[in-house]
Design a protein. Structure first.
Length: 283
């Protein structure tokens, strides 16, 4: 009988993958890490029983978490990435010609090294770009003590359990706010809204008083089962969420690179949320 990996994110519901081959398995200083091959999704990485990324659909998540804030800002020069050890967010950020410097803060050096080996297309050489400064440190400690300012901050965290839990706290969000330039944007991973609606409501409350404009945008990522992913959005410039599709289209064409999922129409439409999410946020 084929060996299976069964995800443990939810106690009463989940997904499983047939493991064709275990490529790597180890308990690092911070978490249990396994990388295995699956016929449908290619290489799959899971941390503490929760799937983090796959070769097959990573582009949807990485493009939407990156390009929505980057094209909304329009001329981001300095970018901070919290987490994102697989390098996918870094790869997409560096495609923007305006970017002069990227600081990436990842708590677990082992994740970076394993992803370079088993998910080379995620980073596609991004870690070797001279614009990149990789910092192995706790993301919360970094933003709380950081003195530099950034135009866009992207938090590509695990779910709010274990090492990733602190990246959903008011202390972390306050640190991010303090690290943003004027007109800066914070975007974060915020779970699958149908299954994790409480997380969405909690983030919305914690953004209150920090950002003049707080909302979410959506992306359907097959790996993260249960419906659409909600990605949080925080900025002090409400106009950045209302930029017309024609302007985003112009910026997209000027950027001169092709995407596989993201496009200007999806950018604008992604901020339209299902009514059950709207109701939860406005209740």
């Amino acid at each position: 009988m084929a060996k299976r990996f069964t995800e443990t994110l939810y106690s009463t519901y989940g997904q499983s993958y047939i493991i064709e081959e275990v490529l790597f398995e180890n308990r690092t200083e911070h978490q249990h890490l396994i990388i295995f091959k699956n016929k449908e999704f290619g290489n799959v990485m899971a941390l503490d029983g929760i799937v983090q990324t796959t070769e097959r659909d990573e582009f949807i998540y990485h493009e939407m978490l990156t390009h929505v804030p980057m094209f909304a800002h329009g001329h981001a020069k300095r970018v901070l990435i919290i987490g994102g050890g697989d390098g996918g967010i870094l790869r997409e950020v560096l495609r923007h010609k305006t970017v002069e410097h990227v600081t990436m803060v990842e708590i677990d050096a082992a994740v970076v090294e394993m992803c370079k080996e088993y998910f080379p297309e995620h980073s596609a050489g991004a870690f070797d770009d001279p614009r990149v400064e990789l910092v192995i440190a706790d993301g919360v400690d970094f933003v709380v003590n950081n003195q530099a300012k950034f135009d866009v901050i992207i938090s590509d965290s695990t779910d709010p359990e274990g090492p990733g839990e602190v990246l959903f706290t008011s202390r972390f969000y306050q640190g991010c706010k303090n690290s943003l330039n004027e007109n800066g944007i914070l975007a974060t991973q915020n779970g699958v809204s149908f299954m994790q609606l409480d997380e969405v409501k909690t983030t919305y409350k914690r953004f209150d008083g920090l950002f003049k404009d707080r909302w979410f945008y959506a992306a359907p990522v097959p790996t993260y089962v249960g419906g659409i992913m909600t990605l949080s959005w925080g900025t002090d410039n409400p106009e950045l969420r209302k930029i017309p599709e024609s302007v985003i289209q112009q910026r997209y064409e000027t950027a001169g690179f092709k995407t596989r999922y993201y496009n200007p129409a999806l950018h604008v439409g992604a901020f339209a949320l299902p009514q059950y999410v709207v109701d939860a946020l406005t209740d």
